[in-house]
Ligand binder design. Structure first.
Ligand code: FEO
Length: 403
């Protein structure tokens, strides 16, 4: 990656992670992810957000500092908006290479810094609204707790209107040479749109109420550029990503897309046998349906689709008196990420006494789901079950359409 000038004295640096690793040790990133850092240079120099020691990211950062003629030793401040190690993991290596650099973070950030990295030096702790004068450049810090962790803040450069938003307004997807919203193609925008939804559903979804609170708070600022720590920089139309994030956050309260996500786990095909009847019923009402199989499909992509869909169809057989485990684990993730306020239909076969439905009801009772009558059958689905599957698919689609 090369460095990019955003405004006078303000540059984007960073690295692409593209080595096949999982993000957070959990989420696949087949098209990579960027870790963006930023330089603000006045009489003094601040580096905003760091990188992890991951896939050669520190060396990329050092090369980009060279490109803009900034020596590492000349950096006066390192601003840590958020302590998750994708933005801080290289802090020990960074501190070994710099002299007298001052770490700037929020009060909770300081505690995390000391806990995560055993850091014992001085910290400049900044409260909500505090300013840091670099001499010719001023930074203001605003706390946005739980976007993504409780310590998180953003840094605002009022004169240029650049908001360094860290995880907020971020996306998966490595960056090419063109990093600004006005430089990339429509096709690339579509890619980042999809990847920002998947990133949101995987990383931030459980904190959607704080996201809305943060957006409302930041609306009071004259933001001209959104410079996140993952993904592209929005300088032509920052309102696109702000409104996109607001839309994603509202999915949690039920203002979701009129689509259905179907998740099916099947041991010997007896449960899967009714899928095409359900799909026909859904499509008869003109509602799109996205089908995932577990355990084959990754939870990252299932979560993304389920988050935006108003309707869910969840199929699994009974397994030792409970739900088929791969489907059960999807529901645990839905619970963790607050996949709430959905119209839902559950189906599945059993071989003797059943039990999956009871387990399903227990596991989903706090998700605010509106479930229609489930469909369960002993052994193989007969004509009667196939007809019911079609009718329940249709019924769910009507509910989604009318919601
Ligand atoms: Fe990009 Fe929550 O770290």
């Amino acid at each position: 990656m090369k460095s990019n000038k955003i405004a006078d004295g303000i540059f984007q640096l960073g690295a692409n992670i593209n080595n096949g690793d999982l993000f957070e040790g959990l989420w696949p990133i087949p098209d990579g992810v960027s870790l963006n850092s930023y330089i603000v240079k006045g009489e003094k120099t601040a580096l905003i957000d760091l990188v992890d020691d991951w896939d050669n990211a520190p060396n990329n950062l050092l090369n980009q500092l060279d490109q803009i003629d900034i020596e590492l030793e000349s950096i006066d401040y390192i601003v840590l908006n958020h302590l998750e190690p994708d933005h801080t993991g290289w802090i020990k290596g960074f501190l070994e290479k710099t002299k007298d650099v001052v770490i700037v973070t929020s009060p909770k950030g300081e505690k995390m810094l000391r806990a995560l990295f055993s850091y014992q030096g001085e910290v400049l702790v900044v409260n909500d609204g505090d300013e840091l004068d670099l001499g010719g450049q001023k930074l203001t810090f605003y706390h946005i707790p739980f976007v993504h962790w409780p310590e998180t803040m953003v840094t605002f450069h009022k004169e240029s209107g650049v908001l360094f938003s860290c995880d907020a307004f971020g996306s998966y997807g490595a960056l090419g040479n063109e990093v600004f919203d006005d430089q990339i193609s429509e096709e690339k925008h579509k890619f980042y749109d999809n990847e920002s939804l998947r990133y949101y559903a995987n990383i931030v979804a459980g904190y959607s109420l704080p996201v809305i609170k943060a957006i409302d708070k930041l609306e009071g600022l004259d933001v001209k550029v959104i410079a996140p720590s993952h993904g592209i920089i929005w300088r032509e139309n920052p309102s696109i990503i702000i409104e996109r994030y607001r839309k994603f956050a509202k999915y949690m309260s039920g203002e979701a897309e009129k689509e259905i996500t179907m998740i099916v786990g099947s041991m010997y095909g007896k449960t899967k046998a009714v899928v095409s009847s359900i799909v026909k019923g859904i499509r008869s009402e003109g509602i799109p349906v996205h089908i995932f199989n577990v355990p084959e499909d990754d939870i990252s992509f299932i979560l993304s689709s389920a988050w935006k869909s108003k309707g869910l169809v969840i199929g699994m057989p009974t397994y030792e008196g409970k739900m088929f485990p791969p489907t059960s684990s999807v529901l645990e993730m839905f619970s963790l990420k607050h996949v709430w306020n959905k119209e839902v239909f559950r189906f599945g076969s059993y071989s003797w006494s059943g039990g999956a439905q009871r387990d399903f009801e227990n596991k989903t009772e706090k998700l605010k789901w509106n479930c229609i009558e489930p469909l369960e059958w002993l052994g193989e689905a007969k004509e009667e079950e196939l007809n019911s599957a079609y009718l329940q698919g249709k019924k769910l689609a009507i509910k989604v359409k009318e919601s």
